[in-house]
Ligand binder design. Sequence first.
Ligand code: ATP
Ligand code: MG
Length: 236
Amino acid sequence: MIKCQKINKMYTRGNTGLQVLNDVSFEIKKGEFVAITGPSGSGKSTLMHILGALDRPTSGTYLLNDKNMLELSDNELAEIRSQKIGFVFQSFNLLSRSTVLRNVMVPLLYDNNTPKEERRNKAEKALIASGLDEDRWQHLSNELSGGQMQRVAIARALVNDPDLILADEPTGNLDSKTGEVVLNTFKKLNREKGHTIILITHERYVAQHADRIIEIKDGEIVSDRSDGAVLSLKDK
Ligand SMILES: Nc1ncnc2c1ncn2[C@@H]1O[C@H](COP(=O)(O)OP(=O)(O)OP(=O)(O)O)[C@@H](O)[C@H]1O
Ligand SMILES: [Mg+2]
């Protein structure tokens, strides 16, 4: 599903350049649940932005479902983002004065082909999958707890039935117990609905919820493990 080859990302300001990703190569198959982990500043979010077509690498190849993402126009990338990828962030990014249901329907608002009733059905389905109790659906999103807000954000990410879910520190603002509930929601979505999930985190115990852990350090992959076994090591 995902094939990255020698992805490099350099940020330049004035005369100075900062190499944030350095020849990053890996593949992810459909249906995998992968964590990308590493210390603060190692390039995780930068990589996620590239995988999510929110940003372009400086060089390298990125194939998503065999499509070369770097050959697409900004409009084509925006379309892929809205139809194929669901995003979940550390800060839930909800519309605080809108109801839960309306928040989940936001990604469908630009879809003029889908009648209102169907949009609502899709939103309800996504909310059920997120595990948020139905008695919360008509509440304003600022009336929810952090864990409930993150479930709304997950439902919003699911509403278009995306191929890929990208979550950047989704438990960063949650206490460990609520974080656990959210992580189990991801696990369930992966196991039962087959969603491909990439979970970005700097915390080892969060990464351990995934089936495979890719570790990056200073913009390079230093290990890639499934079930504790090292799949590949750089320079090996
Ligand atoms: N737009 C930008 N312009 C310049 N430098 C940037 C930009 N975005 C990120 N960086 C730098 O790139 C490096 C990697 O940042 P990134 O956000 O990918 O790290 P991260 O692994 O997600 O860290 P954290 O765990 O703290 O979220 C950092 O040194 C950061 O300062
Ligand atoms: Mg980050």
